[in-house]
Design a protein around this ligand. Structure first.
Ligand code: NCD
Length: 323
C-alpha cells in the first residue's frame, strides 16, 4: 500500500493523470467522478454512443487473469467511442514471452495508444509503468497484492448510491485482508471520510498488516479486528466479503486450511445482519458466499456492483482522457 507517494494527487484535475492508488483522491475528487457517472449510466441504458474517447486507442495490458476489470474496461473504452489494443496474458502472446521487460513493453504500447490500463503481478509495478510511460496516463487495474483503485471507486459508488453518503458508516470486511488488493484500496477510500468504522474478520494468517492498520487509523478510520462471525455487530451498513487469494499462497495445503473459514450463509445473515444493509463482494467468489444469498435483495455483487463498475470506469476514463 505504499505506492500513493509516487502518484500525483488528483486535486480536482483528472486530465492525463495516471490513476494508481486511492491515496491520490480527496472526497472532492471522488465527488467529481461520481457526478460524471450517472451520465454514463443513462447513455448506456439508452443505448446511445458516447464520443468522449473518439479517435483514441487504449492498450489493455493484463499480466494476471481477469474477467471483470478486463471486460468492463474494454466495454467502457468502446462505449466512449475509443478503440482498444487487447493484450491478455502478454507472457504468452506478446514479446514478454521472449523476455521483454515491463518497461520496454510499456514503451512499446505507448507508441500506439493514448492510455494504458495495466494489471501486474507485483505491488508498485503500475507506478513503475506510469513512470516509464512518457506521454500517456496509466490506470492501475490491480498490482499484485497492492491496490485496485478502480474497484474501490465503484465499491464506494455502490455504497453511496444506497446510503446517500460515504461518512458515518460501519462495515464488515471479511476474507484475505493481507493479499486482497481491493480491500486495501477500499479501506483507503473509507478513511477519506469522517466517522467510518470497519470490523475486520480474517483467518489469523491473513490479517491486515499492522503497518496498514496504523496508517489507516492515523487517517481517522476506526478499525476493529474480530475473530468470529459472532462478533459482527448487527447494525452495520455493509458486509464486504472477499475470497482467500489462492494464487498468493506458496502451499496449496495452507490455502485449503483457511479458504472457507468464513462463509456467508442465510443463517449468518439472519443472526448478524439487518434489513437495510448491502452485501458486497468484488468477485470472483470461490465458495465463501452460499448461492441462496444471491436472491436476497440486499445482495448487489452479481448485478448492481458490477454494473456500477462499468459506469464508474467510463466516467474515470472520460475525466482522464476525454477531450
Ligand atoms: C479482484 C482482483 O482482481 O483483485 N477481482 C476484480 O477485479 N473484481 C478480486 C479478486 O480477485 O479476488
Amino acid at each position: 500500500m505504499s505506492i500513493e507517494k509516487s502518484a500525483d494527487k488528483i486535486n480536482g484535475d483528472f486530465r492525463r493523470k495516471s490513476i494508481l492508488s486511492l491515496g491520490q483522491f480527496t472526497p472532492q475528487d471522488i465527488d467529481i467522478l461520481f457526478q460524471e457517472t450517472p451520465r454514463m449510466q443513462t447513455t448506456v441504458e439508452g443505448q446511445q454512443q458516447l464520443i468522449d474517447l473518439k479517435g483514441q486507442v487504449v492498450s489493455l495490458l493484463f499480466y494476471e487473469p481477469s474477467s471483470r476489470s478486463y471486460g468492463s474496461f474494454a466495454s467502457a473504452v468502446q462505449r466512449l467511442g475509443g478503440g482498444i489494443i487487447p493484450v491478455q496474458n502478454p507472457e504468452i502472446v506478446a514479446s514478454v514471452a521472449k523476455g521483454e521487460t515491463l518497461e520496454d513493453t510499456v514503451r512499446t504500447y505507448e507508441c500506439w495508444s493514448d492510455g494504458i490500463i495495466i494489471r501486474t503481478r507485483n505491488p508498485g509495478d503500475a507506478a513503475g509503468a506510469a513512470k516509464t510511460a512518457q506521454f500517456v496516463p496509466v490506470i492501475n487495474a490491480g498490482d499484485g497484492i497492492g491496490e485496485h483503485p478502480t474497484q474501490a471507486l465503484y465499491d464506494l459508488y455502490t455504497i453511496r448510491e444506497k446510503f446517500g453518503r460515504l461518512n458515518d458508516l460501519t462495515g464488515v470486511i471479511t476474507g484475505d485482508l493481507l493479499n486482497g488488493r481491493t480491500v486495501h484500496s477500499l479501506l483507503k477510500g473509507l478513511a477519506l471520510y469522517q466517522n467510518n468504522a470497519v470490523f475486520l474478520l480474517s483467518p489469523e494468517s491473513l490479517r491486515l498488516p499492522p503497518k496498514d492498520i496504523t496508517e489507516l487509523t492515523n487517517e481517522g478510520l476506526r478499525l476493529v479486528e474480530i475473530d468470529s462471525v459472532d462478533d459482527i455487530p448487527r447494525d452495520t451498513n455493509f458486509w464486504y466479503w472477499t475470497r482467500v487469494q489462492k494464487e498468493r499462497f506458496a502451499s496449496l495445503h495452507n490455502y485449503e486450511a483457511v479458504k472457507h473459514q468464513f462463509i456467508l450463509t442465510p443463517e449468518l445473515l439472519r443472526t448478524r445482519g439487518n434489513d437495510n444493509m448491502l452485501l458486497m463482494h468484488p468477485l470472483p467468489r470461490t465458495g465463501e458466499i452460499e448461492a441462496a444469498i444471491d436472491l436476497d435483495p440486499r445482495s448487489v455483487y452479481l448485478r448492481r456492483q458490477m454494473r456500477n463498475g462499468l459506469f464508474v470506469r467510463m466516467a474515470l476514463l472520460a475525466l482522464v482522457m476525454g477531450k
